[in-house]
Design a protein around this ligand. Structure first.
Ligand code: 0O2
Length: 250
């Protein structure tokens, strides 16, 4: 690890965050930072559990899993400091909580666009979740073609003697959206590579293709759903509806 001129191993922003001096004060601040990060981790786990529960319920209803994968990540300390600096926020624990919405992130990969809508609505119906911000890049894709539904939510975590609300960034997207975003991210951040404008255009075209793929897969899903409903309501057949199943579970 590179050593600073004053002999310490900490960057200036890190020193500001952890407080002046070494020894007791910094150690206590370090513990506070660890505590804060563990709160974010707990909030992330709460959100992941909520989606796992919804997946379980919807898979009973529709006989397929709306969620194909859930990823979660905590922002690293260097990346937290970089963002505070870039946005001109103070380097303090309070500032992290107050100004950064994406320290804890959960990404939910869905099969279809309809699943994104269904899951986001079901989550927002839960009375312990507070919506802070919602950005619908599916209805309004970014200029480069990026699509996903972003939500910043505040979720309670239950500690030994208190209930604390923590913010989590949720990204909901389909497999096709995730495929494009993952590769775009890999290409864009490739070191020592200049991203030419014709490559930007090609990526944008790929984004269009992925949106078309989603649309066509949604069409197929609707068709299958209609056929299922027709078969279920045919004479002698009992339609399998959510109300029936929830009744059975009581
Ligand atoms: P990481 O490592 O994924 O977290 P914000 O920084 O969130 O306050 P902004 O730009 O308004 O500010 O946030 P926005 O638009 O909601 O996007 C934040 C995250 O969405 C990014 O996080 C990416 O994960 C994803 N994202 C947004 N735009 C793009 C894009 O064009 N391509 C790809 N591949 N992903 C995108 P981070 O912080 O960049 O990184």
């Amino acid at each position: 690890m590179p050593q600073n001129r004053d002999g310490s191993f900490l960057s200036d922003s890190m020193k500001e965050l952890l407080g002046p001096g070494v020894g007791q004060i910094s150690f206590e601040r370090m513990q506070e930072l660890n505590r804060l990060m563990s709160y974010y981790r707990c909030a992330m786990m709460e959100v992941v559990t909520k989606f796992n529960v919804l997946n379980e319920q919807f898979s009973l209803q529709f006989d397929r899993n709306p969620i194909t994968g859930i990823k979660s990540r905590l922002k690293t300390l260097p990346s937290i400091l970089e963002k505070l600096e870039r946005r001109g926020y103070p380097f303090s624990l309070e500032s992290i909580e107050e100004n950064l919405n994406d320290v804890a992130g959960v990404r939910v990969i869905c099969s279809f666009r309809e699943d994104v809508r269904m899951l986001s609505e079901a989550l927002m119906q839960q009375d312990d979740i507070i919506l802070i911000e919602r950005k619908d890049y599916i209805r309004n894709p970014k200029p480069n073609g990026y699509r996903s539904l972003h939500m910043i939510v505040s979720v309670p975590i239950f500690l030994a003697h208190e209930k604390k609300y923590m913010r989590v960034e949720i990204q909901l997207r389909t497999l096709a959206m995730d495929f494009w975003a993952t590769l775009e991210h890999q290409l864009r951040y490739k070191k020592d590579f200049d991203f030419a404008s014709d490559m930007e255009k090609e990526l944008f075209t790929c984004a269009h293709l992925s949106a078309e793929l989603d649309e066509r897969m949604d069409g197929l899903r609707q068709l299958m759903q209609q056929q299922n409903e027709q078969a279920a309501s045919a004479p002698g057949e009992k339609p399998l509806r959510w109300t029936d199943q929830s009744h059975n579970l009581r």
